[in-house]
Design a protein. Sequence first.
Length: 569
Amino acid sequence: MPQITRIPRFTLAWGLIASLLSLATASVMASAPLLGPINSDVLTERGISPRVLDVAIIPMSQGLRYESKVVYRQVQEDGAIGTERFRMTFDPTTEYGRDLYIELETEPLRSARAYRRMLEVTMGADHWLREQDQLHEANSIELVSSENGVDTINFHYAPTRIPTSLKWLTRVSGSVVVIDGVLDRVELAGNESFERDGIRHRNYRMTVHFGEVVDFGGYVITAIEESFEARLGRNWQQVDVWSEMLEYSASDLGNIAWIDSDLTPPDFASPGNEVQAALAVIESNEEGLADIPVIGEFFDEELHSSDVIRLNLQRNLPFYADEVRKLGFELPKTYGLGLAAHYQKTDIDMKGFTVAGIDVTNDLPLVDPLGSDLESDVLTAQFRADLWVLPFLNVSVLFGEIETDSDVTLRFTPAFQALAGLGSDREIPEFYSFNTSTDGTTAGLGLLTGFQYEQLVMSLSLNYVETVTADTNSAIEALMWMGMVGYDFGAIGLQALAGVQYLDTDRSIEGSIDLEDGEALEFSIDVGLEETTFLLGFNKDIGRNWTLSSFIGANGTKSSLTANFGYRW
């Protein structure tokens, strides 16, 4: 049956190119559009790359190493205030690839699970932007006001370009403020409630401040302010976050300096009994953040100030994963568990018909294939486990149960009728129909390889399955090749796939003919199935760990339906 596993997505390494792109293009004169008036926009005409609209959401995608200081404040409805401080560091040049981690400076208000979820979503969004290269809607950029040297430019993010984890961006409006031709800030605002990282938000405000880089040109983020109400537990609580960049650097550019706007961090001091207020906030967070999903996180641990929180980016499997990630390739989740159900209906050609150990189909033409027919219904349920042992090689094992129900019609030749009734008064009919059913246990191995380049998806798999029937204790072997090609719709987590499946299997169907004298004529039918089936289906991500896929298959003699549901981490 078709078994589909998400395959790696090929991504070009960025290196210096990413750094220079993220620094924008301030060296271009503001009076001269980069691409001319036709293929241009009001940001480009001011020497500002529209890429800053995406970088504002994902600072990692600047392509630079940075360190930032973050202050987080949470205010409950009863007035209790909790405050925490930590440093966040992004390093794109580690030996195992890009890394983002948190160093706590105070006792934390949230759990390790909540922090890792934040890191996981940020890393995933950065990977998405590096692949798609654009989250905003280019046609939405428009100048709405220009007074006293202050230009206000509106824009919005494109629903079809945004990954599932950033869908909340479609619920906010965006604007860019340019002062005297210099990028000052990007602002986002949304009054409607929306869900973000598993938490309901409302009255959302975000301001991303930029500083001009004189030495190299362009802009870098200098500070980020966020303010919103979060539904934690049973109450809405006010949350304010201030992030200030402390330093930027790149391996080929060295330390990077920018013109600072002398922004004053807000006063997040906690009045009253700070310890008691913090404990009240922690209690509400334990209730509101307990169900946040994190890849590979089944247990939480206790955190304290000075602890470092990071995702486990170094992998034991697949082999050579770190080397491949350093080249810029992003790998799928290593491990997978799944359940699969498969149904097929087939008209099968008979290769042999044996009576009393004598082949009466090939050696003696005693069964007429033109009048004989075999229709078989097969239903299987299987459990599957897989892992990526190499960056582009997946190995799987499966086992399950199978049930078959076959309707057989045989047309006996006159020679067979005479042979079977020889020496007795037996009368063998010309046509004989019967139903036979069996069940058994299946086990198998599978190999999968493939790649994804931009939206193009291709894969090739090989599966070997052996079935042991419960009635006859006989083994049925099947070998299946499957090639798939498809299109990845990106943001909605959907792949549309089409392909072909080649199946080669042999099996035996045993039965008996009840004769008029009360005796039974025992026989077995050797069935050979060697055919190509055309497949059409989809693969859908559900959240960050669950997947659902379904395929229909058909050719001249066979139709099938397959469904797979699995979890990856």
